[in-house]
Design a protein around this ligand. Structure first.
Ligand SMILES: *Cc1c(COP(=O)(O)O)cnc(C)c1O
Length: 431
């Protein structure tokens, strides 16, 4: 299995964005994150085009920067006309440092600190998604301090849990994120905020899960939220004009994953949104979505060098690489599955089933178990696909491992976008 932008050249090497992956390793070292810029941009365009087509352009796509928060990537999505979502002061700083327009930044977080709220309001972020009642007071104060009217959205728990394979409609009241509908908490908060002088209610937000392959949870969530907008309109006369449907579109990690194109999802959801608005007598809201994984996930490949290969007869074969949980903690966190191949023998048949192990002092530090792979030996290069999202952004320095470098590739050219950490970097803050 290869993904968009990937191919095998005459040397039998994997190419990404027209670059020979083995040459990338020679030039930049391993482990190495590779991001295919055209794939990222193509995904941005699919999303943006779907908003234009399905909602007459009355909407905005925000890249959920937590998926891959580096300046060069924020610049890519910014130049494609997207905004970004940030969840912390650090992500906000990165977005601003990359030149993102503050009004196209949306600030999230279930426990924003006072400093983060101050920083967001001071920076002029377009929207803050409010998660709880105490925040209202804090944002109102900060807005007064800076003499602005701060637009806010309410994070609602729509009562849909899409994390399970067949999503369920109950049980989501038990979540640390947002306001519950069932208890009247959401309604009370919206009615209360209409009293604050320095807050402007934009609308409502929800995020039903991640790595979702069906459009049904999004449709259900849209129905629930539009119903809520209608309910508030009836009670207060105030009609909220913005609807943010969150992120969560699934991507291909292995052959088992078969996502629908996301412009198709958006089209299907838009039909429901329009019908429900009409039925409930509310105007079609300004539509927002916040994809993270589906913008950058499949655009990323991680390249490793094979070290020791250890065969335990009748048990398993361990192929150790020079990275692992430090650059990709998703296996140790959730046993996430990936597709791997030998980048320097990319066209050969995968004849083995191996466990690819990382280099940290944790038995659970694996890239994956039972992974189909070509026969490899020390010095070979292993490519792990779909590592663009939640790999670098979740990376750590466990065992004082230096964070890997990242390059962007496009039309056969590569450029360094994140330097490899040095040992000096590791001790920089030690006193
Ligand atoms: C994580 C998250 C996203 C992005 O999710 P993906 O699965 O990466 O698309 C969007 N919005 C919110 C609020 C999130 O927490």
């Amino acid at each position: 299995m290869l993904l968009e932008g990937q191919s095998v050249n005459e040397k039998n090497h994997l190419t990404i964005g027209g670059c020979d992956s083995v040459e990338l390793c020679e030039k930049y070292g391993t482990p190495l994150y590779v991001i295919d810029e055209d794939v990222v941009r193509g995904h941005c365009r699919l999303y943006k085009g779907a908003i234009d087509k399905c909602y007459d352009g009355k909407g905005l796509i925000f890249f959920a920067s937590k998926a891959l928060c580096v300046k060069a990537v924020v610049k890519m999505v910014q130049s494609e006309g997207l905004g970004v979502d940030v969840v912390s002061g650090g992500e906000l700083y990165t977005a601003l440092a990359a030149g993102m327009e503050p009004e196209k930044i949306c600030m999230h977080g279930n426990n924003k600190t006072d400093d983060e709220i101050d920083y967001a309001v001071k920076s002029g972020v377009g929207r803050i998604v409010v998660d709880n009642v105490p925040e209202l007071e804090k944002i109102d104060k900060a807005a007064a301090k800076y003499g602005v009217k701060q637009k806010i959205l309410f994070r609602i728990k729509p009562g849909i849990d899409a994390h399970t394979h067949n999503f369920i409609m109950t049980g989501q009241i038990d979540s640390k994120f947002g306001f519950a509908l069932e208890t009247g908490e959401a309604e009370d908060a919206v009615l209360k905020v209409l009293e604050y002088e320095n807050l402007v209610v934009g609308g409502v937000h929800c995020h039903v899960g991640s790595q979702i392959f069906e459009s049904e949870p999004f449709k259900e969530a849209a129905k629930v939220l539009i119903d809520f907008i209608a309910n508030i309109k009836e009670k207060s006369g105030y009609e909220m004009a913005e609807l943010n449907l969150g992120g969560g579109y699934g991507v291909t990690y292995t052959e088992k994953d078969d996502p629908i194109r996301f412009d198709k999802y958006i089209e299907e959801v838009s039909v429901v949104v329009k019908a429900v608005c009409e039925e409930k007598g509310v105007a079609l809201p300004f539509i927002m979505m916040e994809p993270g994984r589906s913008i950058v996930g499949t655009a990323g490949v991680t390249l490793y060098t094979v070290g020791a290969v250890k065969e335990i007869p009748n048990i398993r074969k361990y192929v150790s690489v020079d990275g692992g949980m430090c650059d990709n903690p998703r296996y140790i966190l959730y046993q996430s599955e990936y597709t791997a191949l030998a980048a320097n023998k990319a066209g050969d048949e995968k004849t083995e089933k191996v466990t690819i192990a990382g280099k940290c002092c944790e038995s659970g530090d694996l890239v994956g178990e039972n992974m189909a792979l070509q026969s490899v030996e020390a010095g070979d290069i292993i490519a792990v696909l779909t590592t663009g999202a939640y790999n670098y952004s979740m990376a750590s320095n466990y065992n004082r491992v230096c964070r890997a470098a990242m390059v962007a590739v496009k039309n056969g050219e590569s450029r360094l976008i994140v330097k490899r950490e040095s040992y000096e970097d590791l001790v920089r803050n030690d006193i």
